[in-house]
Design a protein around this ligand. Structure first.
Ligand code: ATP
Length: 367
């Protein structure tokens, strides 16, 4: 089959060079991204970085100001008279505050968007979705008798039922308590993959993004900082912001010497950084492999200052001796079954794949 080109899945959504301002306030700038058929893309980032604005532009709730949006290869929102109204875009919307119709039952709410199907099929389709999201037995209930989380699940079922080419989900699990959230995420992902809809999902929760996403667009101040698979963002972050967004890290300063940086817990190779460069060394707490010692070694050693069992993991504060009388305090995250005593001597090994080194001052790093 040499020379045979297998086409990738077609993009259901392509955004190019999007810029959006509210008055003088620039909310989004220079954003481009694609969502392919059957692909879940998460917009991840801190509050106010522009995630919802992007979703609203795709939904047609904001008129595109600059750039281009193609839905299934067709321009839907150029900043001229070609603006396509939201209801004509064949996208499913599940927003944080998606209101149900109060005078319709749960089942009627979900069948509402299935107008094109014959009655019995509508009912079957709606029940299937409600069952999948654990709401089948509430089919005859009315929204005001449901909890916030249950209403959110009905809103999800309603949005997913027509199997739109593209689903837009804005914090769709935010009203669910932690335990239910895990299950509904799982169920929603299952439904999305089964239906084959592309999805653009907004969240500020890195773990949710990693669970749901085929690809993540991590945003900051209206820009996409890094776009890639969960593994790419977690294991090959492009800058310190990306590292810290996925959790607190230990930060040390260092100087490059012979292609390495010395830390109190071992050497880190830093190919590509110039000799003598000052660097920020970012060490994830789970990068530290802690081994308890029965006897403190004769020379200086590291020891546990504080140990807390948090369930699946334990959090340790460790005092590491760097030699020359220098000490560093580091946080380590280890399996919860491992809970050393406070004061216990330890040795530490470093998993270099969870250590990231960046120029201390990016402005002067070149050369
Ligand atoms: P959150 O996670 O808090 O919902 P977000 O990443 O979704 O945040 P947006 O809601 O897109 O962020 O907002 C981006 C920026 O635009 C913010 O600074 C916000 O204050 C501003 N903004 C959003 N909507 C409006 C509006 N209707 N009028 C004026 N400014 C707005």
């Amino acid at each position: 089959t040499a020379g045979h080109v297998v086409p990738g899945p077609a993009p259901v959504l392509a955004m190019h060079n999007i810029r959006h301002a509210y008055g003088h306030h620039l909310a989004v700038e220079d954003v481009g991204l694609e969502v392919c058929q059957g692909e879940v893309v998460c917009l991840l980032g801190p509050s106010g970085c522009g995630k919802t604005t992007l979703l609203r532009i795709v939904a047609g709730l904001e008129v595109l100001q600059q750039g281009r949006v193609d839905l299934n290869g067709q321009a839907i929102g150029r900043p001229d008279r070609s603006h396509v109204p939201p209801e004509k875009r064949n996208v499913g919307l599940a927003f944080q505050d998606s209101a149900l119709f109060p005078h319709l039952s749960v089942l009627e709410n979900v069948t509402f968007g299935l107008g094109s199907l014959p009655g019995r099929q509508r009912r079957r389709r709606a029940m299937e979705l409600l069952d999948q999201l654990g709401m089948g037995r509430y089919a005859e209930s009315y929204p005001h008798t449901l909890s916030g989380g249950q209403q959110q699940r009905v809103a999800l079922a309603r949005a997913l039922a027509p199997a739109p080419q593209l689903m837009l989900l804005d914090e769709p699990f935010s009203s669910l308590d932690a335990r239910l959230r895990d299950r509904i995420r799982d169920d929603t992902l299952h439904v999305l993959k089964k239906v084959g809809s592309g999805a653009l999902l907004v969240t500020h929760d890195p773990e949710e993004a990693m669970f749901m996403a085929d690809r993540i667009a991590l945003m900051r101040d209206g820009h996409i900082v890094q776009m890639g698979t969960p593994r790419e963002l977690y294991c090959a972050p492009v800058d310190p912001f990306v590292v810290t967004f996925f959790g607190e890290v230990n930060e040390l300063e260092g100087v490059v010497g012979q292609g390495r940086v010395d830390t109190p817990v071992g050497e880190v190779m830093v190919p590509g950084l110039p000799e003598g460069a000052r660097v920020r060394v970012m060490i994830r707490p789970e990068a530290l492999r802690v081994v308890a010692l029965d006897e403190p070694p004769a020379d200086h050693h590291s020891h546990v200052i504080m140990a807390k069992l948090l369930g699946r993991t334990s959090l340790l504060h460790i005092c590491a001796h760097a030699g020359g009388g220098r000490e560093s305090h580091l946080h380590a995250r280890v399996p919860g079954v491992f809970l050393p005593d406070e004061g216990q001597p330890v040795t530490i090994r470093l998993d270099p794949s969870q250590v990231f080194v960046f120029p201390a001052d990016p402005g002067t790093a070149a050369g």
